[in-house]
Design a protein around this ligand. Structure first.
Ligand code: HEM
Length: 372
C-alpha cells in the first residue's frame, strides 16, 4: 500500500524554509529586512518560473499549422495566467517598500555586484516572448546582460547556460504569433491564393478610406471647439494620422521584400480581426490579441512598479549591478516592447459605422452576406 502523503513532504516545507539565509548559514543571523528582501526575490523567481512555463506552452501551441481552435483556447488560458503572475509579481513590491532606505543600506554592500539584472528567468521571459536583442539597453558593454550572467571569472554559470539555451529555443512567442497572423484569412482570402495580394491591398484601400472618414469626423469636432491658433496644428496632426495609417499597413518602414509584404499582411490581419471581432470565426483570435495586450501591459507595469519601488528605497543612485539605477529601469519600461504591431493598430482602429463591409462573411461563420 502507498505510504500516506504528508503536506510537508509534498510541498518540501523544511527545504523551502531553510533557503532564506543569504550568505549566512541560516536566517537567524539576518535582520528581518534582509530575510524579507531574500524571500521576496525567491517568491518572484517562483512566479517567473511559472510564467516561463506558461509562455513556452503558449508558444508550442502556436507552432502547429494550422493552429486548432481548441489550442487557441488553451493558449489564451496560458497567456491570461502569465498576465496574472506578472500582476502578482508587481504587487509584491509594495511589501518591499516597508523597508526603509537606511535598513536596506545596512546590508546592501554585501550584495555588490549581485543584482536582479542577473535574473536568468527574467531574461528567459523576455527572450521567449520575443524581445529583439538589438532593442536591449546596454549597461556599458555590448551584450552586457550575458557577461553579467557568467561567473566572476568569465566561466559559464547555471544562469548563463539557461539563457543561452533559451536563445536557441525558437521560435519566440512573437514569431509564432506572427506566423499565425500571417495565415489569417482577410476578407476570406488566404496567402496561398493567387489573388491574395490584390485582395489584401483592396482591403487596405477600403480601410484607409474608412480611417480618413473617421479622422475627418474627429477633426471636425476638434476644430469646432479649437482656438484659432490651434487649427493648423490640429489639421496637420490628423493629416499625419491618415498618412501614417497607410504607411503602417503597407509596412513602408520595412526595407526589403518579401519581408515588407509579410509584415503588411500581418498588420492588416490584426486590423481585420479587431475590426470584425464579432464574427464567430474570429472569436478566439480576438481573445488571443486581447490576451497579448494584457500580458504586455502587465509586463510594462511590472517594470514601472519595480522602478518606482527602487526610487523610493534607493533614490537615483547607481545600482549594485552598476547601471544608472532608476534611469535605466525607466528606460526599460519605456522601450522594451515586444508586440509593437498589436499596440500600433490601436491608433488606427475606427468606429464600426464607417468600416468597409466584410466580404465572404459566411466564411467566418456569419449567416449574413454583408456585415457592417
Ligand atoms: C530594495 C529592493 C530592490 C532594489 C533597490 C532594486 C534595485 C534594482 C536596480 C538599481 C536595478 C538595475 C540594475 C542594477 O544596476 O543593479 C535592478 C534590476 C532588476 N531588479 Fe531590482 N531591486 C530591488 C528588488 C527587486 C526585487 C524584489 C525583484 C524581484 C523580481 C527585482 C528584480 C529585478 C530585475 C529582474 C532586474 C533587471 C531589470 C532589467 O534589466 O530589465 N528587484 N534592481
Amino acid at each position: 500500500m502507498r505510504k500516506p502523503t504528508a503536506y510537508w513532504e509534498y510541498i518540501k516545507v523544511d527545504e523551502l524554509l531553510s533557503l532564506q539565509g543569504g550568505l549566512e548559514s541560516d536566517d537567524s543571523k539576518l535582520t528581518n529586512d534582509e530575510v524579507l528582501f531574500i524571500t521576496i526575490h525567491q517568491i518572484e523567481e517562483l512566479w517567473m518560473k511559472l510564467a516561463v512555463r506558461e509562455l513556452a506552452s503558449a508558444r508550442d501551441l502556436f507552432v502547429k499549422v494550422p493552429v486548432p481552435e481548441q489550442s487557441l483556447a488553451a493558449a489564451v488560458r496560458s497567456i491570461q495566467r502569465m498576465t496574472e503572475l506578472l500582476r502578482f509579481a508587481g504587487e509584491h513590491f509594495a511589501l518591499m517598500e516597508t523597508m526603509t532606505t537606511r535598513d536596506y543600506l545596512a546590508f546592501r554592500d554585501k550584495l555588490n555586484p549581485a543584482s536582479g539584472f542577473q535574473s536568468a528567468q527574467m531574461r528567459e521571459l523576455e527572450i521567449l516572448a520575443g524581445l529583439p536583442e538589438e532593442d536591449r539597453i546596454p549597461l556599458g558593454h555590448e551584450k552586457s546582460y550575458m557577461v553579467m550572467l557568467r561567473n566572476h571569472d568569465g566561466s559559464p554559470s547555471s544562469a548563463s547556460r539557461r539563457v543561452e539555451a533559451r536563445l536557441a529555443d525558437k521560435p519566440t512567442l512573437r514569431e509564432a504569433v506572427d506566423d499565425w497572423l500571417f495565415r489569417t484569412p482577410i476578407q476570406g482570402s488566404t496567402p496561398d491564393r493567387q489573388d491574395d495580394l490584390a485582395r489584401v491591398r483592396a482591403f487596405i484601400d477600403g480601410y484607409v478610406d474608412a480611417h480618413r472618414t473617421s479622422a475627418n469626423q474627429a477633426l471636425e469636432y476638434a476644430l469646432s471647439s479649437a482656438l484659432n491658433a490651434d487649427r493648423e496644428r490640429l489639421a496637420a496632426r490628423y493629416q499625419r494620422e491618415v498618412e501614417g495609417a497607410r504607411a503602417f499597413l503597407m509596412a513602408e518602414d520595412v526595407a526589403e521584400e518579401p519581408l515588407r509584404e509579410r509584415r503588411s499582411r500581418i498588420r492588416t490581419a490584426l486590423v481585420f480581426i479587431e475590426s470584425y471581432r464579432e464574427l464567430p470565426l474570429l472569436a478566439w483570435p480576438r481573445a488571443v490579441i486581447d490576451g497579448i495586450v494584457a500580458f504586455e501591459q502587465a509586463f510594462v507595469l511590472f517594470r514601472q512598479r519595480h522602478a518606482r519601488m527602487v526610487e523610493r528605497v534607493i533614490g537615483r543612485r547607481t545600482g549594485t549591478g552598476g547601471s544608472a539605477g532608476v534611469d535605466y529601469l525607466d528606460q526599460t519600461a519605456l522601450r522594451y516592447r515586444i508586440f509593437r504591431d498589436v499596440w500600433a493598430v490601436r491608433t488606427l482602429l475606427v468606429q464600426e459605422s464607417v468600416l468597409p463591409p466584410v466580404e465572404n462573411a459566411s466564411f467566418y461563420g456569419f449567416a449574413d452576406s454583408s456585415h457592417t
